[in-house]
Design a protein around this ligand. Structure first.
Ligand code: GDP
Length: 139
């Protein structure tokens, strides 16, 4: 299991609000190397599968609808201690509670439209990266 990779998405609000360039710049300035990337849109079926772990949560339906509402950017990032360092860079789930200077503090409006996803473990980074990228695209 790699411990130096994480998976991210720039969510539909981040793309719609034209923050792709600024967010990627913040990510690479923070020392992450982009090792795979694609611009795509999830169907409701795929969004439901990606967030299946939250299927019992009250916000699941809204989350699936939001995540399939427009294009996203998916990427695999490489850095020592990638998962924890990227969670620090993106900030708390609720942008109102995210530290100043974090991506969610800078670019997000609400807990559902919180602009950036970051894996919460090495295991999920591997699973989520494989959800979007074939072995040839994430060498
Ligand atoms: P994360 O790891 O910080 O992204 O947070 P979670 O894994 O707990 O939740 C996954 C995603 O579900 C979050 O990024 C939000 O987009 C969404 N979410 C979490 N809590 C809520 C909530 O209370 N209401 C709504 N509408 N969405 C939520």
């Amino acid at each position: 299991m790699r411990t130096n990779r994480t998976f991210t998405m720039i969510k539909p609000d981040g793309v719609a609000n034209n923050h792709i360039g600024a967010i990627l710049n913040d990510i690479t300035t923070a020392g992450f190397k982009i090792v795979a990337m694609k611009y795509t849109q999830l169907s409701t079926d795929l969004a439901g599968k990606f967030y299946a772990v939250h299927a019992e949560r009250p916000f699941y339906k809204d989350l699936v609808a939001f995540m399939s509402s427009g294009p996203i950017v998916a990427a695999i990032l490489e850095k020592d201690n990638a998962v924890a360092d990227f969670r620090t860079l993106i900030g708390a789930t609720d942008p109102a509670k995210a530290d100043v200077g974090t991506l969610r503090n800078k670019y997000a409006q609400s807990i559902d439209a919180n602009t950036v996803h970051g894996s919460d473990s090495d295991e999920n980074a591997e699973i989520e990266g494989a959800f979007y990228f074939t072995a040839f695209e994430r060498f």
